[in-house]
Design a protein around this ligand. Structure first.
Ligand code: SF4
Length: 1016
């Protein structure tokens, strides 16, 4: 028999060559999802990153961003040493200093204001994941001026949920992917909850038993794979949802039993216009809300399970007052013909039939496809239920609906819809993630009303007001916080208003600050509205003193972002692979609807630069400043081991610390227990996470499930085992309204009464977004919004060597009808003009967008010189930011007051209210974006020259398999231009960098731009 040449016995192919000499597990930070990763290391360098198959968040899935963590970790934009400004702000002129000098300077600046007026520190962070530390640090310092990025992200979503159902979407809850039959996604791009949603959608497609409807003006990403895309007009989602509610009420397709048992639908509301208790709940002497028992003909506690509670009607109480069940008010509101599909369809931009059909489909899924699980459970009142019956409609919403000035009410309307269908925390519906559900709203009030030198404030700076008495205002009703959160301007600003901090600090409104300290927030560019104005606020000087109006700016970041040149003192942070982190139940953990979970990051590499994790720096500064929580009585460090020491040994309340797993001296306790010195080791052994699986009887109806409530209390998440009653009608909002009507000891200043009266309706309302209303009739006929590509996350992602190869510039996407109407063709350059300014970008015509809307990718456009990109990088020359034309202030209205461009209830930044018109550019203006800012200087310590092509890992690969270069194309990055390079085997420049072939793109190489449909 003739031997095949492929069977030569001496030939050996190693199909599993050793690629690493160590593998460490940690948590990804390339976006906010917190997936588990396995990092393969060779000679202490990252060789490869893969998803951790055992991790509860991603179960092994790794997205493009996660893999590209290598290039984030090795980014040429990394800062390498503390910097002190030596030139003018914005010049980028710094000198390198030692850490001791940097920390000495910071503690000197901070120490002097702590001993005089701690409010003069404004401490704001971006999308960091250590807010339980940073917020607590601010409280220890004694300033109320703290918040993170939530105010410009999705606080409307969070606050609306927490004030309505005691939870919300994403970190607060998730769809029951296994059982749902109808999934509605509102306003979601791809950057949040990335892998879990992708996996969930994959499951829906695989099981084939659910319809997926995406409501979004843009058909990209998730919307592109939806079974139905609802491309409505931006800012009208609330009206759409209220029209659905109208249809469901009309058809009586609502879950009466769910409403009666778990919501305040039966609670009696006092109907006495003009009275000080008008619109409040009828309560007994113990403060318990009452319902009308139709059997007894009397008002009885709503918690009395024997009552035959009325949901409609009008009842006279023994004291003569008249009251109605809150459901009566709700039904009256949404059955009004003004919410009928016929009345709202044109405004929403949808056919009447579509609205009616979606309502019918929701009803069909909820009531004709109910999911029944044979799992017995016991409710809070001790009633045993043999089965768990679910209404399998699930929903998820995010920034697209949140970032409007009508977002709070829209988000509340979505929760109302879920509640009316009975689809909260039931099989097939939306499920709470621990530690939610919490009390409605959660218990901490915002602290900071009283501020004293050298004294912590009385609680955490962020919290949830229960009424006007909890606002942070002075006796004249004026704001006590720099960002005006919790003032009459934005009473329920649960995440603060970071987008107003720089403006207010510059304006000294309501007061000047001395130190602005920020972490991971690119406020000098894509995290600010009105970039040009923001840069002028940062550099403006008092003409009399010659001092900057914002006297001192401390900034910590890992990268040379656009914000860095505008700070005075730079504290360089590590990358996420070089530090400890704690993804805590005190903040935003990794729980699922099946049980709680938290996680850590451990350093998998040592920094090769003189950088320190910001969390370590905060703890060090806390000791230098003598903050009580961080020092012993003798002034020594309470956590001498730094951040890991704090993670293990800090207790927020007795027995409750940053991590819930392996507590107690022997590590056998969960949730509560004394500190365990081996805790971090136990996390590392378990893949850097901890989870607990709920018992089947605890899995659903958590708001009223006796076993779950007992567990939640034991874990310290809720104060009692009382059920959590969903608040369709919000008495808290009504209390603000009553104050506006002249009741109570704390009332809004005269100029704000009408605003509070209008926007603190106890039932969700819809109104036109503020900017739309303000510029009506001025020719700004289009909405302009942004989306995030799934392969990038904020400005970190769009500077990443590998991810830039997918998208290195953004286009303005325009519907063909809109293009034609404006005389614009594909590839044209246009001016996008708002009431605030104009920006230039290049058009790509696409069908998958609402015709009254134009959109672009966010945070691709960069300033020349920043992020270690070359000055002719496409990001800075062709990419553009809509931020330039979004004002942080609304046009003057309501008695001349200029409010911020925010939701009036929560202060959420209204990014998506932007209205624009398009003008085709003169051909001479084409090809480069405008405004084009001066390049920023490279920081000291940065290499003078960047190689044109950056390459990573060739040396590692060569050691493993010397032949690999022959047949494996190396991954590489074009350092400064948007030309597509091809590898040239064997041609290297001697520094490990592959040399680029001819500059012009070769015809065979595909364009690396995003197609109109959002694919790549
Ligand atoms: S989804 Fe986010 S956290 Fe998960 S792997 Fe991708 S970038 Fe990392």
């Amino acid at each position: 028999m003739v031997k095949s040449p492929f069977e030569t016995p001496e030939e050996h192919v190693d199909t599993s060559p050793a690629v690493a000499d160590d593998v460490k597990q940690t948590t990804c930070y390339m976006c906010a999802c917190r997936c588990g990763i396995n990092v393969y290391l060779k000679d202490d360098k990252v060789r490869y990153i893969e998803g951790n198959p055992d991790h509860p968040v991603n179960k092994g899935i790794l997205c493009a961003k996660g893999s590209a963590g290598i290039m984030q970790h090795n980014s040429p934009a990394r800062l390498s040493k503390p910097l002190l400004r030596v030139g003018e702000r914005g010049s980028g002129e710094f000198k390198e200093i030692e850490w001791e000098e940097a920390l000495g300077l910071a503690s000197e600046w901070l120490g002097s204001i702590r001993t005089s007026d701690p409010r003069k520190l404004a401490f704001f962070t971006g999308r960091d994941q250590s807010q339980s530390l940073t917020g607590w640090w601010a409280a220890q310092f004694g300033t109320p001026n703290f918040a993170a990025h939530g105010g410009f992200c999705s606080v409307n979503m969070a606050a609306a949920g927490l004030y309505t159902i005691g939870g919300s979407f994403w970190e607060f809850g998730e769809p029951d992917w296994d059982h749902t039959r109808y999934f509605m996604l509102f306003g979601v791009a791809e950057d949040h909850d990335s892998n879990p949603i992708k996996a969930g959608l994959g499951k829906l497609k695989t099981l084939g038993q659910a319809k997926f409807v995406s409501v979004n003006p843009v058909k990209t990403g998730y919307s592109a794979i939806a079974d139905e895309w609802i491309g409505l007009r931006p800012g009208t989602d609330g009206l759409f949802v209220m029209a659905l509610i109208h249809e469901l009420l009309k058809a009586e397709k609502i879950d009466w039993e769910f409403l009666g048992r778990y919501t305040n639908a039966t609670w009696l509301v006092i109907d006495d216009p003009g009275a000080e208790d008008d619109g409040l709940f009828v309560r007994n002497s113990e403060g318990a809300a009452l319902c009308w028992d139709a059997g007894r003909g009397a008002a009885v506690p709503a918690a009395d399970v024997s009552a035959n509670a009325a949901v409609v009607g009008r009842y006279t109480l023994p004291d003569g007052r008249v009251a109605v069940p809150s459901f009566e008010l709700l039904a009256k509101r949404y059955l009004d013909p003004s919410y009928a599909p016929e009345a709202v369809a044109e405004q929403i931009g949808l056919p009447v039939d579509t609205i009616k059909r979606i309502a019918a489909e929701l009803a069909e899924a909820a009531f004709e496809k109910e999911v029944v699980l044979d799992i017995p459970w016991t409710d809070w009142a001790g009633r045993r239920h043999e089965r768990m019956v679910g209404r399998p409609v699930s929903m998820h919403a995010m920034r697209g609906i949140s970032a409007h000035s009508n977002g709070f009410h829209t988000c509340r309307a979505i929760h109302l819809l879920q509640v009316l269908l009975g689809s909260i925390d039931c099989p097939g519906g939306f499920g709470y993630k621990a530690p939610y559900p919490k009390l409605i709203p959660p218990s901490p009030l915002p602290a900071g009303k009283s501020v004293s030198p050298n004294t912590p404030i009385a609680g955490m700076p962020l919290g949830f007001p229960l009424g006007p008495d909890d606002l942070l205002v002075d006796d004249a009703g004026q704001p006590l916080r720099l960002d005006k959160a919790y003032s009459w301007d934005y009473p329920l600003a649960a995440h603060g208003l970071m987008h107003m901090v720089i403006h207010n600090a510059w304006a000294g409104d309501p007061y000047p600050v001395d130190v602005l300290m920020m972490y991971m927030a690119n406020m000098g560019w894509n995290s600010s509205m009105n970039v040009q104005g923001t840069l002028s606020y940062l550099t403006d000087k008092d003409p009399e003193t010659g001092d900057y109006k914002i006297p001192k700016i401390i900034y910590s970041d890992a990268y040379y972002s656009e914000m860095v040149p505008y700070a005075d003192l730079i504290l360089p942070d590590t990358t996420y692979l070089e530090r400890w982190d704690c993804i805590s139940l005190l903040d935003r953990p990794i729980s699922s609807a099946h049980g709680p979970g938290d996680a850590i990051r451990q350093p998998v590499c040592k920094p090769d630069r003189d950088v320190r994790p910001f969390q370590e720096v905060l703890i060090d500064l806390g000791v230098r400043l003598g903050l009580p929580g961080l020092t012993e009585e003798d002034g020594s460090a309470k956590y001498p081991g730094g951040y890991p020491d704090y993670i293990v040994n800090h207790e927020r309340s007795p027995g409750i610390g940053p991590l819930a797993g392996w507590r107690g001296a022997d590590g056998e306790q969960q949730g509560t227990g004394s500190a365990n010195p081996d805790q971090l080791q136990r996390y590392i052994e378990n893949g850097c996470f901890w989870t607990h699986k709920l018992e089947p009887s605890q899995l659903y109806f958590k708001h009223s499930n006796r076993d779950y409530l007992a567990y939640a209390k034991q874990m310290g998440w809720i104060p009692t085992e009382e059920p959590i009653t969903m608040q369709l009608y919000s008495e808290i909002l009504q209390k603000f309204r009553l104050a506006a009507r002249g009741h109570g000891k704390n009332q809004p200043p005269e100029a704000q009464r009408a605003r509070i009266e209008a926007y603190f309706d106890p039932l969700p309302i819809w109104y036109a977004p503020f900017e739309e209303a303000a510029v009506e009739g001025e020719g700004y006929d289009l909405h302009a919004i942004t989306q995030r590509p799934m392969h990038m996350y904020h400005s970190w992602g769009s500077q990443n060597a590998w991810l830039r190869q997918i998208t290195a510039r953004n286009r303005l996407f325009v519907h063909p009808e809109t293009a034609e109407k404006n005389g614009i063709e594909d590839e044209d350059w246009v001016w996008v003009i708002s009431h605030h300014g104009r920006v230039k970008g290049q058009v790509r015509v696409m069908h998958g967008v609402n015709p009254e809307t134009v959109w672009t990718w966010n945070a691709i456009g960069k300033r020349r010189g920043a992020w270690a990109l070359d000055e002719d990088a496409p990001e800075s020359n062709k990419g553009f930011l809509l931020n330039h034309i979004i004002s942080e202030l609304l046009p003057a209205r309501e008695g001349g007051t200029r409010y911020s461009n925010s939701d009036p209830v929560t202060g959420q930044a209204a990014w998506y209210d932007l209205r624009v018109r398009l003008e085709r550019c003169d051909p001479a203006e084409a090809s480069v974006t405008e405004p084009l800012f001066d390049p920023v200087k490279r920081p000291p310590g940065a290499p003078r020259e960047q190689p044109a092509v950056l390459r990573y890992g060739a040396d590692l690969k060569g050691q493993d398999n010397p032949r690999s270069d022959d047949h494996l194309p190396a991954q590489e990055w074009i350092g400064n231009r948007h030309e597509v390079a091809r590898t040239v085997p064997g041609v290297a420049d001697g520094r490990g960098n592959q040399k680029r072939e001819a500059a012009a793109p070769a015809p065979s190489v595909p364009k690396t731009e995003v197609t109109p449909e959002g694919g790549v």
